[in-house]
Design a binder for this molecule. Sequence first.
Ligand SMILES: Nc1ncnc2c1ncn2[C@@H]1O[C@H](COP(=O)(O)OP(=O)(O)OP(=O)(O)O)[C@@H](O)[C@H]1O
Length: 587
Amino acid sequence: MRTLFAYCMLSPRRTAYVLVALLAAGIAEGLSLTALLPLLSIAVGDSASSDMGRHIAEVLQNIGISPTIGAMLLIIVGGMILKSLILLMANRQVGYAVAHVATVLRLELIDALLASRWQYYLRQPMGSLANSVATEAYRAANGFEHSVTVLALAVQVVVYGTVAMFVSWEATLTSILVGIIMMQVLHQLIRATRKAGTRQTHLLRNLLTYLSDVLVSVKSLKAMARDNVAEAILRDQTQQLEKATRREIIAREALMALQEPILATLMAIGLYLALEIWGLSLPSVMVMVFLLTRLLSLLNKTQRKYQNLMAQESAYWALRTAVAEARAAAERTSGTREPTLEKGISLRHVNFDYDTRPIFQDLTLEIPVRSFTTIAGPSGVGKSTMLDLLCGLVDPKSGEILVDGVPMRDINPRAWRRMIGYVAQENVLLHDSILNNILVGAPELTEADAERALRQAGAWEFVSGLPEGLYTIVGERGGLLSGGQRQRIAIARALAHRPLFLVLDEPTSALDPESERLVCETLRNLTQELTVVAVSHQPALINAADVIFALSKGKAERVQPAEAARYAPAERDTPPLSHREAVFVSR
Ligand SMILES: Nc1ncnc2c1ncn2[C@@H]1O[C@H](COP(=O)(O)OP(=O)(O)OP(=O)(O)O)[C@@H](O)[C@H]1O
């Protein structure tokens, strides 16, 4: 009931349209069946054999149509066409509404996720999100269709029941009582369906989460011949899913199979009681049988649709929970001031921790504008975290970050980030062309912007040498390019929109010395127009910087290149695995 109500509230207007459409379809079906035989008998000149036939013949006479064979056949064909048209419109309305509900649910989740805090987003398994957007939204939307159908059938039951009351209230009340008893007897199967549906939702989520982790790491797994372990787990999960699907199927089919025999048995008992024990007349019993059958078939149909709804409802609630959680973790949007970057960025007495793990204590530093600042420090000290603080992706627990003297919390975070060009440590490219990887859908950017950015990133030479140039497809996660080429395309992406603040996390870790020299030169030249902050252990980037900070024990100290060189790659620990790669070592 809660699900039924929730679905109706999701889009009350559409629910009403679909309800009307389904009722119209029901009426059209019912009328066509009821009127077909009388029309045929009128057509063959036998209108007096039934009440309905006489009534139809009268109506035709009144509107001036003589009941000839030709006229009757024309009416039958016309009626069929009209019925088909009504069904087409009704089914179209239902289909459109289902597609709309799926879209609404998908967009709600996507919007909520993209508006959530970075920390929350990091903890969401990618496969689970993909599953929510694809499978759960689809199942949930089908649930919407079933719920409106249940409503439409319930309306039909009420209407039919009310009409039947005037014919025989005893028969109608008996039918309702018998229907309720039947529903109760078979309710166990509805419960089993709901349980199987919930299990499927849970298993599908796990399966897709695990599968996406495996696919991200498939190269290293194959190289170490460990893919069979993943395969065994995936096989087991898939088989469990099959079991849950089987349970749902058996519960559904059992309901179908049991409804008719139970109905027939109850009918037989009723007929025996009426004819043999109470001695009622056959015509009055036949009326009761007719009412009973119609009403109970409608109730049975309603229960079957309700069962379908129960199979899908868990997908709907799983999706709703995901949206609610993402919304609860929404980013702060309190800052309204438009940012400027004319003077500099200051971190004052900043404290930051990940839950219980302290990262910065009383961190204070100044980043001058139009300069090149490098942040060095041992692995795991918090360099990437500092970039996250600068971008406003995470907030300090205490202390302040000031941009041109304005506290970051007062600044509109999206406006601030629009001023930033960001190059991440792990550069994941889209499976698309180089051009689209640089423009990433920004309508204001052109091919000329991409070319300029590629030149700035020292990548134009290799891109223009490719047979398809900017239109070369980079493959899954950029896998058709070398690590260095991917890195330069990521730098070009960060420069395409002419940012004022360029933030780079290990931007040259995959470059050869010559490419690294070119990128350092580019970054130095860029400081005429913008402020550059790079995290790096590479001597070339450290030497190219105007300002170097070494992070250690939660604090920052301004140092000279020679001191920072202590963090050169030879001394570097194995970098920590990102959360997305926690299961396997990625390529
Ligand atoms: N989202 C997170 N939640 C919890 N802990 C985190 C999170 N991100 C990073 N950490 C932990 O915080 C510490 C600092 O991480 P960070 O990535 O900032 O280090 P880093 O100096 O950039 O390391 P590296 O040079 O190896 O990239 C690490 O110990 C890391 O495990």
